[in-house]
Write a protein that binds this ligand. Sequence first.
Ligand SMILES: *Cc1c(COP(=O)(O)O)cnc(C)c1O
Length: 377
Amino acid sequence: MFDIPFLRPNLVKKESYLPYLEQIEASRIYSNYGPLNGLFEERVRDRLFGGTGGAVTMHNATVGLMLAIDQSRRPGGEFAIMPSFTFAATPLAAKWCGLTPYYIDIEPDTWQLDRTRLAEAVDRLGDRAAVVVPYAPFGTAIDLAPYKALLRRGIPVVVDAAASFGTTESGAHFGQGFEGAVVFSFHATKSFGVGEGGLVYSANPVLARRIRQAGNFGFSGARESVLRGLNGKMSEYTAAIALATLDAYPAKQAARRDLLGLYAKLLAEAGLFADGWAMQRLAGSVAPQFIPVLAPDGMRSQDVVAALARRSIEARAYFSPACHQQPQFRDDPRGALDVTERVAARIVSLPLWEEMDEAVVRAVVEALRGMGEETAS
Ligand SMILES: *Cc1c(COP(=O)(O)O)cnc(C)c1O
């Protein structure tokens, strides 16, 4: 046990979803896009996405990625172009669709796909590119303009926005109006945590409908399987928790945003940015899942994590190793990944939970200070 754990997921309490559980008992509908799933999708559309587009609940984001990739892909394409600096679920989803991940480097300050390298890869791979799967790192918004341009050229795009549920930019939800698919995770460790769950959004109603259908065995109205589907549905019990979480979410987001601000302030006051530590350059209003930071040149993420552990502070290193450095993905094709490897070598994920107070944040920041000699490699 650590004095300061990495995450302490704090899901909504049972009292807040008890009325929904009573509705389940009354209706005796437990799954199959039942009334609570429908109500949650409707509220997400209306409250978060300005009443536009289609929202489809999912058993988790990995299944959402699989179905969105499979229903978007260009026939005849082989490759899913994506970053290696992402969670294993992104390339795994492509592999389950029978596609080969093709890794492209990231930008050094935002950690999203490098847009120049992406354009080069799209030209290089031509018709062999089946889909592009950018990741919106750690809840940030990313500029969707280049991806809209790809869609116009007939190249499908599925955004892994696992940690970006609730992220807004200029008053609009991230992904709103985007005609590719945008996939969000509701895993307990994400900011909008329900246990296991997810959601796919698309402004393209035809695509959203196909993904929903694929999530229910590809069944047509006549209950014949007409698409390559699987069971990707969210149960009504999870939808009950999700509905209660939606009401509680503004307060949860505010707490997380405040802690992000506090980390930034205390890291600056401690002189850590001057010492070479860096935070992610974020776009939009983000309620972070945890606090990713880059250690100074010459320090390695695993050493920082170990040094924090000696002070009873639990940290992680998402995403180190990057995907292409893991056995499952080692042989996948790729472009140059210099920035990915530099970032993965120095990335550290610092603790965050909603009721953390200033003293805890200060203890983490103090532990990072003066770590230089101890961890220099
Ligand atoms: C959490 C996460 C996923 C997987 O989400 P699940 O809901 O657990 O399947 C996929 N991609 C990224 C980048 C994630 O952070």
